[in-house]
Design a protein around this ligand. Structure first.
Ligand code: FPP
Length: 253
């Protein structure tokens, strides 16, 4: 590895305050296609390189002691891509888990997946099921993949489930609070993200965690996901630690 980069990383790590770590970091992994085009490579080469970034960032998050990392791996809108790209993306969880599941088990990581999993190909579902089962009793960092995930559809699902409960007479409309609603989301038992990272220069949240991001600190960079390294992640955490979070209140007058 590049010596200079290693040095910069260790300098950045020294500046991070362990007490002010974000508990939950959400990431929109974007820019794989553009990265590939810039290198004169096919788009899938960008996704493969993006997977290397993913490994580096997960290792770093775990070493820092972050509790939850949620990664946007495939959105409900990504089906609109050419079938060869969709097929490739659907193979990635299996490919990733083939080499990474064992080290993740050893690191006590809990793998979770959120989204409409029914529509996924059998091979993807099988790999996921195996990973969920193999890590379910772990107690360390939660690694949460959003796969065939859409924020609006997540909210609609929650609304439908709550409506059913009301119809059955198990719940009264006046009992529907923000806390109760939160529990009906995929992330029901997780804290809201403290920090959202989006690489590649796009300044939007693209149907990701619409309810959960209400008070999340947003961090954008023009770096494309395959070029996004530990160093960028550490900078995002440091910037986050500089921010004053008020949640709509006032901290000082
Ligand atoms: C967006 O870049 C990226 C994706 C839709 C896929 C992200 C997936 C990975 C990085 C690997 C996932 C791995 C596992 C294990 C699930 P883009 O293709 O939209 O880039 P572009 O905007 O430059 O075209």
């Amino acid at each position: 590895m590049n010596r200079d980069r290693e040095k910069r990383e260790s300098e950045l790590i020294k500046l991070i305050s362990a007490e002010k770590l974000p508990k939950h970091v959400a990431i929109i992994m974007d820019g794989n296609g553009r990265w590939a085009r810039k290198q004169g490579l096919p788009r899938i080469a960008g996704h493969r390189e993006g997977m290397n970034t993913l490994k580096e960032i997960i290792t770093c998050a775990n070493e820092l002691g972050i509790n939850v990392v949620t990664l946007y791996a495939f959105s409900t809108e990504n089906w609109k891509r050419p079938s060869w790209e969709v097929e490739f993306l659907m193979r990635l969880p299996e490919e990733y888990l083939k080499t990474e599941l064992q080290p993740l088990i050893e690191k006590n990581v809990v793998i979770r997946v959120m989204g409409d999993l029914e529509q996924l190909p059998a091979v993807t579902k099988r790999a996921i099921k195996n990973a969920l089962q193999a890590t379910k009793d772990n107690t360390g960092m939660i690694l949460n993949f959003a796969l065939n995930y859409g924020g609006r559809s997540e909210i609609l699902n929650a609304v439908k489930k709550i409506a059913e409960r009301v119809q059955e007479g198990a719940l009264k409309p006046e009992e529907i609070s923000e806390d109760l609603f939160t529990r009906y989301l995929y992330t029901g038992d997780l804290p809201d993200p403290d920090l959202l990272i989006r690489p590649s220069g796009e300044l939007r949240i693209s149907n990701f965690l619409l309810w959960q991001l209400a008070y999340t600190e947003l961090w954008f960079t023009t770096t494309l996901w395959p070029d996004f390294k530990k160093e960028h992640f550490l900078k995002a955490i440091l910037d986050y630690q500089e921010r004053e979070r008020r949640f709509g209140g006032i901290n000082k007058i």
